[in-house]
Design a protein around this ligand. Structure first.
Ligand code: HEM
Length: 268
């Protein structure tokens, strides 16, 4: 691929830059490590490397530390950013949804303190909007590829050991049996008749099972805190009116990403 022209060169150079940054961070952590008080993932991994240094088969080595940290950055950045960008675009399209979240923020949090994650439990409308952004934005429609580790029979189909499978999330998220208007953005998909948040296991933006996204809790926390902090302080407006087509998910590579759009943050 080095000899083929195209935008992937930028991707490769950004990835290399990220690799160098992580290398520096690991070096700094090694120099300041206190094994009795790990500060973060890198410290914990370094401690495990030390514990397992006599095991020739250990997976806790420097190469895996660098790659795993790289993975966390790549898997955690684009997904959260795209979901948040979808959310803000949708709020431009539906100002009444934005106004209802702001009403809930004013009632539960007010303007004099920063939002915290515990607020989420009593902010039913905000929770429903975020869950609907996950469903509608559907940022990983193809999920990640898996491979069957033994011969499997599934609904009458024989799947031989070693076959790649794609457990699609896009079909799950648009199942008309679960969501009355699957292609429309509608927070009511997650609200009961009393306006309380209604869980629906049919939505699984983080997938399911043993390989479920390990960043789910972090992502949910980030999205709640970012969105409520922004809306506590700003009204979102745009000189452009966005259509249903503009907000519909657009596949870019294996991710859905929102269009580029104009957004102004007006202090409240
Ligand atoms: C809105 C945000 C996010 C979404 C929608 C999302 C979604 C997903 C999905 C669907 C998978 C595939 C699970 C499977 O193979 O069945 C996955 C895997 C993964 N995610 Fe996330 N993710 C998000 C945020 C994050 C964050 C914040 C991190 C870490 C900081 C993270 C780290 C990972 C990693 C390391 C994997 C691979 C796990 C494995 O292969 O065992 N993700 N994510």
């Amino acid at each position: 691929m080095n000899y083929v022209p195209g935008p992937h060169h930028r991707l490769i150079s950004i990835s290399e830059e990220l690799g160098e940054f992580i290398h520096e961070r690991v070096k700094a952590s090694q120099e300041t490590l206190d094994p009795s008080s790990p500060r973060h993932f890198i410290d914990s991994f370094l401690i495990k490397m030390e514990e397992e240094k006599k095991n020739p088969n250990t997976e806790f080595n420097l190469k895996n530390l660098l790659m795993t940290t790289h993975n966390l950055f790549v898997a955690g950045m684009e997904t959260v950013t795209s979901t948040l960008r979808y959310g803000l675009l949708i709020l431009l399209k539906y100002p009444e949804v934005q106004a209802k979240i702001q009403k809930e923020i004013d009632q539960v949090i007010g303007r004099d303190r920063v939002p915290n994650f515990e607020d989420r439990m009593i902010m039913h409308y905000t929770q429903a909007v975020i869950q609907e952004v996950h469903r509608f934005g559907d940022v990983l429609p193809l999920n990640l590829p898996h491979m069957v580790t033994k011969d499997v029979e599934f609904r009458g189909y024989q799947i031989p050991k070693g076959t790649d499978i794609y457990p699609l999330l896009c079909t799950v998220h648009h199942d008309p049996k679960e969501f009355p208007s699957p292609w429309k953005f509608d927070p009511n998909h997650f609200l009961d008749e009393n306006g309380q948040f209604k869980k629906n296991d049919a939505v699984m933006p983080f997938s399911a099972g043993k390989r479920i996204c390990p960043g789910e809790n972090l992502a949910r926390m980030e999205l709640f805190i970012f969105l409520t902090t922004i809306l506590q302080n700003f009204k979102l407006t745009s000189p452009t009116e966005y259509s249903d087509y503009d907000i519909a998910p657009k596949l870019a590579g294996f991710l859905n990403a929102p269009i580029d759009y104009e957004l102004s943050f007006i202090p409240r």
